[in-house]
Design a protein around this ligand. Sequence first.
Ligand SMILES: Nc1ncnc2c1ncn2[C@@H]1O[C@H](COP(=O)(O)OP(=O)(O)OP(=O)(O)O)[C@@H](O)[C@H]1O
Length: 626
Amino acid sequence: MPPGAFQLSGAATRLGVINDNGVTRLDFWVVDQRKDGGGGGWTKDGAEAGPHIIGIVQASPEPSISSTSSELTLATYFSLAGQILSALPGSSDVTAQSTAQNSTVTDGLASVTDFSSLVALLVSAGALWNWLKVITIGLLVEALRRATLYLYSRIPASFWITAHFHEDDDSYEWMMVWLSKQPSWAKARDIEVSTDTFGLSTTATLVPGEETDNNLSLVSSRKLAYLPAASRTYPIWYHGRYMLITRVQENTGWRGRKQTTLEISILTRNNRVLNELLLEAKKDYMAAAHDTVSIYVADSDNDWVHAASRPKRKLNSIILDPGITELLVDDARDFLNSRAWYTARGIPFRRGYLLYGAPGSGKTSIISSIAGELGLDIYIVSLSRTGLDDAALSTLISDLPEKCISLIEDIDATFTHNLNRDDDPGPVDMNAPPGTDDRRPPPPDTPVKPPVGSLSLGGLLNALDGIAAQEGRLLYATTNKYSALDPALCRPGRMDVHVEFRLASKDQARKLFFSFYLPADEAAAPEDEKDQESESSPAKTADVATSEKPVFFGTSHRQRAPKLRRTQVADLATRFAEAIPERELSMAALQGFLMMHKSRPFEAVSVAGRWVETEREVRAKKAEQS
Ligand SMILES: Nc1ncnc2c1ncn2[C@@H]1O[C@H](COP(=O)(O)OP(=O)(O)OP(=O)(O)O)[C@@H](O)[C@H]1O
């Protein structure tokens, strides 16, 4: 407190107004801070003047003081206080304080009076003006503060364009692959090293030196690449523009899962730069992924995630009965170009294909091949996934992108009576319509196999053609037990085209043999190479057979098939087909047999008959046991 000042502590209600035998008295306790040692110590009441109390004023019946406490005003208190202080020796160092201690009667009344005085003072013209000034200054200061903050955040931001890429989105992969190609990482001092291929068959950029080191490449098929580390910001230059790259990792709070977001800020006011960057990254990625088919599966949160990329398989490498490949490919292609037709007629723009028939007859292979041919990604819907219920399936189906292939394999496995893929019901009457498989009816008391999770047939049907079902998608379902399927599942609208895949015909066997030993790519090899028969002749094969060989099953990849002339392969293929019975073995079985004779086409032909006999015996034994 400055010298000479005095203090009336507390509100006016605390001032001591004492009604003493009908005489209103105003008591001030004025303490000399010098005597008190500065510690306060208001321990005495007005009646007992102690060493600290140096002044008591009796306000009444002084002429200047009214005889009732209600007439006392705050101004009077102040004036009295002033008088006391001026009367005191060394008044400039004195502090005054009033108190209501030992007040006997009139505190309440005084409170009212003091409060109204205070209000009167506060609302007096002078005070209001001061209030106004204080409020105005306060508003100005606040406005200035806000303006500064706004400008601080907006001015730098107005020079930057920031794009955010979420880990779950394809664009994140495009950008990460693009980033992995940037030379800046090779010089960075804090960097993430990764073998992630971001959906491509190979890492986009190798660690410098790795690509030239053949040994290292052989040791690991996974290649190393540099990438921006999480929670770091890296400056790089793009087309002369300054960019900041940040990978932000946040806890999602769900099973400790972390969500990564990539942020790219470009120092420019022109969106064109960002557009260029995005298109460049997308084009690069598409070019790198051109020869692959992307496969997506659902994760435990029922989000589609990129699971793998497989090299495209040529359509002509799958040998089906005449017309089937063309039927499937042309139908799908035509469908994709017919959106307007569907819209005009109000028909949902969806198409379903049910491929049924013998195991290993090429159902899955042709779907993958069609995806490659039409440039579509495959989304695998696994009905047997734990935790998949009707709602989750519906979400998954409605989250499919507009043009894609969704694949449900072995659709019979989830919704048939007590049947599963291990049961071998013997030769199936493929032409029996769905729901009519009565060769092996389940006993009446057989409980219906509960669907895995809480997925119901109704849920599946709704997901396939309900309102939420995505437009423009091609649905492929495969089954080995056509007749066991619920007819509702197979009706047009859900499964529009049903295609039967049968066991291998002689013609298929011949074509498979041909394409196995003389695929289209190699048919154009120079004549002289084709003429070399090398060790493939029966005599030479015999030589090899007598020499000591390591014991192993399968065929070593180091062995190469001999180069054969086209006519030779055609002749061998015909002989092979003669040895293969019509519609008895699957194409997968034939492929497996040829793989065992990968480098020995002559031997394949000569032992094919014996192999067929062995296959029959194995199947007969199996049938006996079951
Ligand atoms: N028609 C075919 N032409 C060429 N290869 C085939 C053919 N059918 C099957 N294969 C080969 O057999 C293997 C299994 O084929 P795929 O998985 O496509 O059969 P699938 O009919 O889907 O069998 P499943 O019903 O058991 O799922 C693949 O490696 C494939 O190359």
